[in-house]
Ligand binder design. Structure first.
Ligand code: SAM
Length: 246
C-alpha cells in the first residue's frame, strides 16, 4: 500500500512553508484537500501541478473510502487542510484512524499549528496543558462543559471564531472568575499578529468596546493549587497519636 502524508500548511505566513512540505507535495501521486481552491493557491505558489480530490468534514465517509482505495492500490497521498496541521480540529482525524485500521502507513510532517504557536507565546505555564478545541455551539452545553473545567489546573487552550468570542469570554469569566489570566492570540504569523495578555474580566470589557476581528486562540491559566494547610508540630504529633489509637 501507499503512504498517507499529513502535510501542514502555513497558518498565515507563506514563509512557513518548509522544504519537506514542498518536497512531499511534489512527490505524492495525489492530494486530498479540505478546500481544493485554497490548496490550488498553495500549489500555484509552489509551481506544482497535482491531481486533487476533496476531503472535507461533510464527506469524510465517501471521501475516506476513495482515498483509502487509492492508497491500498499503491498510490501515495498528501492530506492538506486549509491551514495548519491536518487532523488538529479539522478534517483528517477520521482519515488517519481509517488508514491505521487498514494497515496503511501514515507519516505526519511537523509544521505550523495554531495551538502550539499560541501556547509558546502565551507567557502561561506550558509544562502541562489541555487542548479543548472549539467549544459547543449550544449555550447550555458550552456552559456545562466550562463548569466542569473550573478546577482544571493545567493551562487550557481553545479555538474560537471572532463572531463568538465575546459570548465565549463571558462564559469563561462566569465559569472561572474574572481574575483568571488569559492570553488572546490573534492572527498568529500574520501582519496583524497580536497577543493580549490580560484577565478574563478585562478581556470581556475590552472586546465589548473593540469588536474582535481575525482568528483567535485563547490560552487560559489553570485553576490555582489549593492552599496547603499548615499545621504545627504539636498538631502533627497529636494527629499521629490519634491514628495510632485507631
Ligand atoms: N489545523 C489547524 C491548526 O493546526 O492549527 C486548526 C484548524 S481550525 C479549523 C481553525 C482555528 O484555528 C481558528 O478558528 C483559530 O481558532 C485557529 N487559528 C488558525 N490559524 C490561526 C492564526 N493564524 N492565528 C490564530 N488562530 C488561528
Amino acid at each position: 500500500a501507499g503512504t498517507l502524508y499529513l502535510v501542514p500548511t502555513p497558518i498565515g505566513n507563506l514563509g512557513d512553508i518548509s522544504q519537506r512540505m514542498a518536497d512531499t507535495l511534489a512527490e505524492v501521486d495525489f492530494i486530498a484537500a479540505e478546500d481544493t481552491r485554497v490548496t490550488l493557491k498553495l500549489l500555484n505558489h509552489l509551481e506544482l501541478k497535482k491531481p486533487l480530490i476533496s476531503y472535507y468534514r461533510h464527506n469524510t465517509e465517501a471521501g475516506g473510502q476513495a482515498v483509502l482505495g487509492r492508497l491500498l492500490a499503491g498510490e501515495s497521498c498528501a492530506l492538506v487542510t486549509d491551514a495548519g496541521t491536518p487532523a488538529i480540529s479539522d478534517p483528517g482525524e477520521d482519515l488517519v484512524a481509517l488508514c491505521a485500521r487498514n494497515g496503511v502507513d501514515v507519516v505526519a510532517i511537523p509544521g505550523p499549528c495554531a495551538l502550539i504557536t499560541a501556547l509558546a507565546v502565551s507567557g502561561l505555564p506550558t509544562g502541562r496543558f489541555t487542548f479543548e478545541g472549539f467549544l459547543a455551539m449550544n449555550k447550555k452545553n458550552r456552559r456545562a462543559h466550562l463548569e466542569s473545567l473550573a478546577g482544571e489546573r493545567r493551562t487550557m487552550l481553545f479555538y474560537e471564531a471572532p463572531h463568538k468570542l465575546c459570548a465565549t469570554l463571558e462564559d469563561l469569566a462566569a465559569a472561572f472568575g474574572p481574575d483568571r489570566r488569559i492570553a488572546l492570540c490573534r492572527e498568529l504569523t500574520k501582519l496583524h499578529e497580536e497577543v493580549r495578555r490580560t484577565t478574563l474580566g478585562q478581556a470581556v470589557e475590552w472586546y465589548a468596546e473593540n469588536p474582535p476581528r481575525g482568528e483567535f486562540v485563547l490560552v487560559v491559566e489553570g485553576a490555582p493549587e489549593p492552599e496547603e494547610q499548615e499545621i504545627t508540630l504539636e498538631q502533627g504529633l497529636a494527629r499521629v497519636e490519634e491514628l495510632r489509637e485507631t
